[in-house]
Design a protein around this ligand. Structure first.
Ligand SMILES: [Zn+2]
Length: 390
């Protein structure tokens, strides 16, 4: 009987069983509603902070100090206070919701501790970034949005470069992949892609999440490939090879730079539109702040987050393209279509494999597992055909 990619694909997806598929569908849909919930929470937090006049008071307390100190302090206060007010929501979204679907086994205390560290870190970095934005508004005037888009790209590139060295080790332990056939295979693949051996790592992803993942992070000297211990435990040697082939694809094809370009474009557009509507939104919240006042940061960020939701389909479209290319790279170089399909099916537990076209276009950062498995099976069919005609 001839090899039928469609039937093979259906077989892979159905192997999850109706119950797991149903659970994945409900998890995926619920997590999309959480995006809307997050936006409503952001609006409420904005309202509370603006109406309380907190930022004006902080700024007034240090009004005789240098502009940079006043602005930086106001921004920092906003980030910390808004994170603290939204903490119950993030506990629900990032902990109880994940837990209710069995996606995490992290003890609550550990989650909370890491969350607090995350808040401190992001408040500091966010404060620093917006200090830069307000400096640009001061210096560049009307064209601030253009410069701020550039600043966003710079911040993104710096984060990408430094995150594997400074940020990721705070939350997870990275260590060399232990000796054995997996390590041997991974190092051979790393050699082909020109990645040094000490940059092929495994990390305790199981600390936060039961998701089957691997990732490439960093650039230049900081670039590295890391596989979660969850993937290491659940995957066969061939599956690890196929997944690593995908990750090396991202690295070799320079997808991270494409993301930086998208960030420049989206940030410029976002800041431009925010500039146009700022006064009207501020009035809605009863604030007299102008776009260049750090006291107006809650308003500015709310506008940017609402716009960000609308930009999501564009961003997702670009990342889906990269994911397809990385799959194709894995098939081309590692040529293990069945192992890739089997590994992909394991990620379907937290990304429903059969979304509607609309759902996929709007919300999916990866093409649906069904599509990806189908492409792997079509590749396999091609290979079989080639072997047959030889
Ligand atoms: Zn990927």
């Amino acid at each position: 009987m001839a090899f039928d990619p469609a039937a093979e694909t259906a077989h892979y997806i159905d192997s999850l069983g109706p119950e797991a598929l149903q659970k994945a569908a409900s998890y995926t849909t619920a997590s999309h509603w959480l995006l809307l919930g997050g936006l409503i929470v952001a609006a409420i937090v904005t309202w509370i902070i603006v109406r309380s006049g907190l930022l004006e008071r902080v700024s007034a307390k240090v009004q005789n100090r240098a502009w940079a100190l006043r602005t930086g302090l106001t921004c920092l206060t906003y980030f910390i206070v808004s994170a603290v007010i939204s903490l119950p929501w993030s506990i629900y979204q990032d902990y109880y919701f994940e837990k209710s679907y069995g996606r995490t086994s992290q003890p609550f205390a550990d989650f909370l501790l890491q969350n607090v560290i995350g808040i401190a870190l992001s408040s500091f970095l966010g404060g620093l970034f917006f200090l830069g934005v307000y400096a640009l508004i001061r210096r560049a005037g009307k064209s601030w949005w253009l410069w701020s888009g550039g600043l966003a790209a710079f911040a993104a590139a710096a984060t990408i470069l430094l995150s594997p060295i400074l940020i990721e080790p705070i939350f997870n332990a990275y260590k060399p992949v232990p000796e054995g056939p997996v390590r041997t295979a991974l190092l051979m693949m790393a050699d082909e892609a020109g990645i040094p051996h000490d940059r092929v790592l495994m990390f305790d992803g199981s600390r936060q999440s039961n998701n089957f993942t691997a990732n490439v992070s960093g650039v230049f000297g900081s670039a590295r490939i890391a596989i979660s211990d969850v993937a290491m435990k659940q995957a066969s040697l061939d599956e690890v090879k196929a997944v690593t082939g995908h990750e090396i694809g991202h690295y070799v094809l320079g997808h991270v730079w494409r993301s930086v370009l998208v960030i420049i474009f989206i940030a410029m557009l976002g800041f431009f539109l925010a500039d146009r509507v700022f006064n009207r939104v501020a009035a809605l919240f009863g604030s007299k702040a102008k776009v260049g006042d750090p006291e107006g940061l809650p308003i500015l960020l709310l506008i940017v987050s609402v716009l960000g939701i609308f930009a999501q389909p564009v961003i997702n479209g670009v990342t889906r393209m990269g994911e397809s290319e990385a799959d194709a790279y894995s098939l081309r170089t590692v040529n293990l279509p069945d192992a890739l399909a089997a590994a992909l099916v394991k990620t379907a537990e937290y990304r429903y494999p059969r979304p509607s076209a609309l759902q996929e276009a709007i919300f999916y950062s990866h093409p649906s597992v069904e599509k990806r498995v189908r492409r792997a099976m079509e590749w396999k069919a091609q290979q079989l055909q080639k072997a047959g005609t030889r």
